[in-house]
Design a protein around this ligand. Structure first.
Ligand code: ZN
Ligand code: ZN
Length: 475
């Protein structure tokens, strides 16, 4: 929650709003809590927990960027703040506005079915215009090993450097998260049981499905085209990308924007302000740069790997790729300086890539909704994630197997239980993690059944059971 945002609200409405977030002092919070209860704070700008203020006459809740995955709180009490806002408004008889340029599929479907009223903005706010977006077919580009910037993209960067403008190279990956890809046909290795990409686990020397836990050895030949010895892990992080850029453009000033590179929010903010003033020629960035920063000199966005999220290991992979690509492309260009976005892809014919290029958003949501409906996936079906964790790996897998055997209460409502499987991140902070996944019809009384199911067994001491209804992440 930035000072700029508060200032904008004040400028628009003529009064400074009350603020509610983790940076507000306890004294101030007590004061605001009381004011809300007495009907004194007329406008509150707050983070997720502002939903729990005791408003006396709540009439309107606005959820900005409603598609943002960070509305889901995954520590402590697990809840989705967007859904909680809808519930809170409903209980209070208030109106709720879910605002987004790239809505979540859940919200889009609710608008389609008439559950929500839909309001369209016919013009873009301010001077921003969507840039021309085109694809670079990486199957046709000749790149040496361990290089990710195509000649076509490099030429586009050259033109910006000559013009004194800025280029952004976007790669949403801080660490090493490899994809196994066939260099002959462009196929990526998927799970035999799920519509999910298999992820290489170096330590295990195996490929693993993050949906169902299935694993298999890395095959010698491509399962799609049979070509041998053409499977390769693909996976630059932004830091390797910055090295490549430095070798290509030794004279250019290169700025790396990745949240883990900055000691404080203030340091990051200063860097962003300096870049906006022209302190860098080439910006290398993760998702961090997709969110609302305005770089007036930026006229080129090069997406290094537009396929990155596409066959990703969760059901919202296509939706999130579409949202992210539209947002990051939107960084390039203003009315007075038209922008260009180039998407490097091995799959230019992929429906999501085509939807991004065409800008036909409605068609994308329609197709995505149909796929989810066919799969019985949210928002047409329900999921619950069960995460077991313990410092004792044997204890956690034994308990998972016992739970799986006693699934009668789940079967009684027609739900299916998958797992247990080691979690994709099998150990966090010294705790070993095992996941189970429950899939049920939309109308099934899921919470009550889970309660009966888990009530059959007392977890051993030290073992933690976490229930995540409508999970947004599956790690
Ligand atoms: Zn192949
Ligand atoms: Zn699977």
């Amino acid at each position: 929650l930035t000072a700029e945002f508060i200032a904008r609200v004040e400028a628009r409405f003529g009064a400074r709003p009350a603020e509610w977030h983790s940076g507000v002092t306890m004294t101030e919070r007590r004061r605001l809590w009381r004011m809300a209860a007495e009907g004194g704070a007329e406008l509150v700008v707050g983070a997720r927990s502002a939903l729990f203020l005791p408003f006396r006459d709540l009439v309107l809740i606005v959820v900005d960027e409603e598609h943002d995955a960070s509305y889901k709180q995954e520590d402590g009490v697990i809840y989705h703040a967007r859904d909680m806002a809808v519930l809170r408004a409903s209980l209070a008889g208030a109106a709720v506005v879910l605002a987004s340029a790239t809505p979540s599929l859940e919200t889009w479907v609710n608008a389609q079915t008439g559950k929500y009223a839909r309001l369209d903005l016919s013009t873009r706010y301010g001077a921003a215009v969507m840039p021309a977006i085109s694809a670079i077919d990486m199957r046709a580009e000749k790149l040496p090993a361990a290089h990710w910037i195509s000649p076509m993209l490099a030429q586009a960067v050259d033109r910006r450097l000559e013009a004194g403008e800025q280029a952004l190279l976007f790669l949403n990956r801080r660490g090493y998260a490899p994809v196994t890809l066939c260099r002959a046909c462009g196929a990526q290795i998927g799970c035999d049981h799920c519509d999910a990409r298999m992820v290489e686990h170096r330590f295990l020397k195996r490929l693993m499905c993050h949906q169902c836990g299935a694993t298999k050895p890395i095959p010698a030949a491509c399962p799609s085209c049979g070509a041998e010895g053409r499977l390769a892990p693909v996976g630059p992080g932004v830091e390797r990308l910055a090295e490549e850029a430095a070798a290509l453009w030794p004279e250019a000033r290169i700025a790396l924007l990745s949240s883990d590179r900055f000691a404080s929010a203030r340091a990051l903010k200063e860097q962003i302000a300096a870049i906006a003033q022209g302190a860098a020629d080439i910006i290398i960035g993760t998702q961090l740069v997709a969110k609302g920063h305005n770089f007036p000199l930026l006229t080129l966005v090069g997406v290094i790997d537009a396929d990155l999220g596409l066959q990703g290991s969760d059901l919202r992979a296509a939706e999130r790729t579409f949202q992210l690509m539209r947002q990051v492309a939107g960084r390039a260009g203003r009315a007075e300086r038209p922008g260009e976005a180039l998407l490097q892809t091995f799959q230019p014919e992929h429906p999501v890539i085509r939807a991004i290029l065409s800008g036909e958003e409605e068609r994308f949501w329609q197709a995505e909704a149909e796929e989810r409906r066919a799969a019985g996936a949210p928002p047409f079906g329900r999921l619950a994630g069960i995460i077991l964790s313990s410092t004792d790996p044997a204890q956690v897998s034994d308990f998972g197997r016992e739970l799986a055997v006693m699934d009668a209460p789940l079967r009684a409502i027609g739900a299916r239980l998958y797992g247990p499987a080691p979690a994709p991140i099998a150990r966090i902070r010294g705790r070993h993690r095992v996941r189970l996944l429950i899939k049920a019809d939309k109308a099934a009384p899921l919470q009550a059944a889970i309660s009966r199911w888990l009530g059959q067994l007392r977890p051993p001491s030290g073992l933690r059971v976490t229930v995540d209804i409508d999970p947004q992440s599956f790690y």
